[in-house]
Design a protein around this ligand. Structure first.
Ligand SMILES: [Mg+2]
Ligand SMILES: [Zn+2]
Length: 180
């Protein structure tokens, strides 16, 4: 049973370095720093009817740096700071070497979204700061925006495929996506 019968495009959002400051393996909710433009960017997308989906690799769980519960505490705080605007969080707790199907650039989290919601994939976007986020978008056949925050500036040099948009930050990316 899908959450929502109305088919909508989604924006798949990376978490660290895209919505919030990149701190290596964020484990304490006290260290959560949401970019000051994140709430505005998400509300612009939401007003245009996009589903707001966070897709995040959290190998810190597999590395025993923090627990799944600690991660959920951070997600609850992020959700409450954004007035509940996020429709769903999907996370991969595995290590790169585990060969799971959910770790970006694999598509497990996007596939999970499509089984939980009715998503118009061709009109959907992936936004992130790393090469793997761009690759995830290409692998899913959706449009991709790369932001220069987080690892963005460093990862731009390594890109093998060019995203549809390269933007200074999330708000910039959203304005370009919405053409405002
Ligand atoms: Mg990131
Ligand atoms: Zn995984």
């Amino acid at each position: 049973m899908k959450n929502n019968t109305q088919t909508r495009p989604a924006v798949f959002l990376d978490r660290d370095g895209t919505l919030i400051e990149e701190v290596n393996f964020l484990s304490r909710v006290e260290d959560l720093r949401i970019f000051d433009y994140t709430a505005e960017a998400i509300s612009l997308l939401k007003n245009r009817g996009f589903l707001i989906i966070v897709v995040t690799n959290q190998s810190g769980i597999g590395r025993n740096i923090y627990t799944e519960t600690e991660m959920h505490t951070i997600h609850e705080k992020l959700q409450s700071e954004l007035d509940g605007a996020i429709d769903a969080f999907y996370f991969c707790p595995h290590l790169p070497c585990d060969g799971c199907k959910c770790r970006k650039p694999s598509l497990g989290m996007i596939e999970a979204t499509c089984s939980d919601f009715s998503v118009t994939l061709p009109d959907s976007w992936m936004i992130g700061d790393k090469k793997i986020d761009v690759e995830t978008g290409f692998n899913a056949g959706i449009k991709t925006a790369m932001v220069k925050t987080g690892y963005g500036r460093r990862h731009i040099r390594d890109l093998e495929r060019t995203p549809d948009i390269i933007a200074e930050n999330l708000l910039d990316a959203v304005r370009l996506i919405l053409e405002i």
